[in-house]
Structures are given as structure tokens and as C-alpha cells.
Ligand binder design. Structure first.
Ligand code: NCD
Ligand code: ZN
Length: 345
């Protein structure tokens, strides 16, 4: 097979940032994707309906001419989030989900939740109105090893929250472990999980063997190969609970290549080419549309995009740019470490 037409895909987890960075990275997503869930971890974060409306306006103001792309807005859950504000933002169609960051879990998460009992009224309101919760699933206790933080979160935070709030729709974001895959497959109720492009392609050896590779550092951190294999299996199975969320998270090179480098992999530009490579290697190109274009809309209860994209396989790799220029500095594109023959036509 060397041509593959899919319904236009969506990205169910994306960081667009703001200002000059937003302007530089938005075209990279708008080129191939119909919609994306826009993460609210700006500084300061997007916490109220008014914040989300203003951020959406700033995104629309720099949309490339002729783009077929809709940003889906989210709010950043804090211990002060007002259930009434959430309900209003949902009823007006402004927001698609609310994002839960455990305080300190990742980039710009200082305003996240420390005491989960304090957000119970918001979670109950969300269950009542059918508004999904997107979850960064890692505990932050210093005594928990960074490679175990997702598995511990499932057991000690996620499962208790879901049991205490039946009916809450949950998206477990950027799953990185077989523990998460098993939990999501086996759980009762409305649950789905996003998987990133890079977690399908790299394990922790890529990050750490032969020298440290800051551009592969992201959170949750890449795990051992058996976990990567479990992710590939889940994504390429076509299972309805797994869908694409790139977690494309641009940071400038100086911020990545520093003594305390930022977490985040920027993959918006070459994600569809990478995914075609991964799915073809599993002999599962026929499942790519489910993962990238169908399962996410079904989870969020929205129609599939009407437009299509076509992927073409070339005889020789067509290189992507190494970096995207931004007004804040260069952003290095995810290097999948393999030659990419597939391209969006
Ligand atoms: C994200 C970022 O840079 O905003 N970084 C990352 O490593 N994924 C935050 C996040 O989604 O955890
Ligand atoms: Zn993210």
C-alpha cells in the first residue's frame, strides 16, 4: 500500500503556548489536523471561562489563512475552580474538557491540585453535565520514583476519584505504561486514553544511552521497551478507548538544552508521518484512522471531521526541517530516529 486516505485527524492533547510561540507552532498543527484540545498550562494558567475565551481569540487571531482547524478549549483545574463558572463555559460550548494537573507534576503545573477533596464539587458538577476530565496521571510525591509515578497515580488517585464520582468521563492523558493500558482496557464506565507519537517510538534508552538526549525528555518520562510495546499494541489494535494526543509541547532550544532542561517533545510537524511508519511496521495501517480520526471524536461525543487527508509513501525519505523558527528562538522537531517515507500529500 502506498496511498492511504483518512478522515482528517484530530489531536486530543496539544500545547500551543501564546504570543510568538503560538504564532510559530499553530500552522504546524493546523496543516494536518481538524481540531485539537488546547492545553491550559500557560503562565498564568487558563482557569476561568473568561480566560479560555480570551485565549481562543488569541489563537483565532493568528490562524493561517484558509486553515481548516478548530481549537477546543480547556480549563486548568485548581482548588479554587468554581463549579458554576465551569458549567457556564460548558453550556456555551466554549470548553471541551477540564485538565487536572497534580501540583508540580510537569511544566507550569504549580497551580495544580494538592488536595483532591477540594475539587470534589467541580468533579461532581462535571459528571452531572457530561464534561470530561483530562488527567495528567502522575503522582508527585518525592518518595515515588519517576518511572513509577503513573502506575502509583492510577491506584492511589485515579481509581479512587472515578469510584467516588461515578459518571465522570475521564481521559487519561499521554499514557506511558502497560499498567495504564491495562487499567483503561479493563475499567468500567466512560474512560479513554491518549497516546503520544513519541511514546510509540522511543523508550528510556533512547533518552539516556550513549549520552543524554534532552529533546527526548518529556513528562511522563519515556519508560522501558516493554511499556512502549504495550502502547504500540493498544494504539494499533484499533481499540476504541485509545486515540491520538500528540502532547506536542514546544520549548526553545536554550530552554531544552540547559542545566535544568524543560520537559516536552515537539512533534506537531511530523506526527502523521511518524504514525504511518509505526502502524505500517505493525501491519496495521488499516487501524490508523481509528486511532487518529475516529476514536477521539467518539470518546468526546463529537462528529468525525468531514474532510480527509491522504498519506503517500515515497521511495526515498523526504526530510522534515530539524527546527521550526519562532520569535522566541528555535524549536527542535521530534527526531523519530528512523527514515520517514510517508508524507501527508
Ligand atoms: C508539557 C509542557 O511542556 O507543557 N510537557 C511535557 O513534557 N509533556 C506539559 C505536560 O503535558 O506534561
Ligand atoms: Zn501535555
Amino acid at each position: 500500500m502506498n496511498r492511504l486516505t483518512l478522515q482528517r485527524p484530530d489531536d486530543w492533547h496539544l500545547h500551543l503556548r501564546d504570543g510568538a510561540m503560538l504564532k510559530a507552532v499553530l500552522p504546524e498543527t493546523a496543516r494536518d489536523f481538524g481540531r485539537a484540545i488546547i492545553m491550559p498550562n500557560l503562565v498564568p494558567p487558563v482557569v476561568t471561562g473568561a480566560d479560555a475565551a480570551a485565549y481562543r481569540d488569541r489563537i483565532l487571531a493568528v490562524m493561517p489563512d484558509g486553515a481548516d482547524f478548530t481549537p477546543l478549549m480547556t480549563l486548568y483545574l485548581t482548588e479554587e475552580t468554581d463549579p458554576a463558572d465551569v458549567a457556564l463555559a460548558h453550556a456555551s460550548g466554549l470548553i471541551t474538557s477540564i485538565k487536572l494537573y497534580p501540583a508540580g507534576a510537569t511544566t507550569n503545573s504549580a497551580s495544580g491540585v494538592r488536595d483532591f477533596d477540594r475539587v470534589r464539587p467541580v468533579l461532581e458538577k462535571m459528571a452531572e453535565i457530561g464534561l470530561p476530565l483530562c488527567v495528567h496521571g502522575e503522582v508527585t510525591h518525592p518518595e515515588v520514583d519517576i518511572f513509577d509515578r503513573e502506575a502509583v497515580f492510577i491506584e492511589t488517585v485515579l481509581d479512587p476519584i472515578r469510584r467516588a464520582t461515578p459518571g465522570l468521563k475521564v481521559t487519561m492523558e499521554h499514557v506511558t505504561t502497560s499498567d495504564a493500558v491495562e487499567y483503561v482496557m479493563g475499567a468500567e464506565g466512560h474512560i479513554g486514553a491518549t497516546i503520544t507519537t513519541h511514546h510509540l517510538m522511543i523508550n528510556r534508552n533512547h533518552l539516556l544511552v550513549g549520552g543524554i538526549r534532552p529533546h527526548y525528555y518529556c513528562l511522563p518520562v519515556a519508560k522501558r521497551e516493554s511499556h512502549r510495546k504495550a502502547l504500540v499494541k493498544a494504539a494499533t489494535s484499533g481499540h476504541a478507548r485509545f486515540f491520538l494526543g500528540t502532547d506536542s509541547a514546544p520549548h526553545t532550544d536554550p530552554n531544552k538544552l540547559s542545566e535544568c532542561g524543560c520537559a516536552g517533545v515537539f512533534s506537531a510537524t511530523n506526527t502523521m508521518a511518524c504514525l504511518a511508519h509505526v502502524f505500517e511496521a505493525e501491519d496495521a495501517l488499516d487501524k490508523l484512522e481509528a486511532f487518529a480520526s475516529l476514536n477521539g471524536p467518539a470518546h468526546y461525543g463529537v462528529p468525525v471531521n468531514e474532510a480527509t487527508i491522504t498519506l503517500e509513501k515515497h521511495d526515498n525519505p523526504l526530510p522534515f526541517p530539524d527546527k521550526i523558527a519562532s520569535g522566541e528562538g528555535p524549536v527542535t522537531l521530534f527526531d523519530p530516529g528512523v527514515s520517514l517515507l510517508w508524507r501527508v500529500a
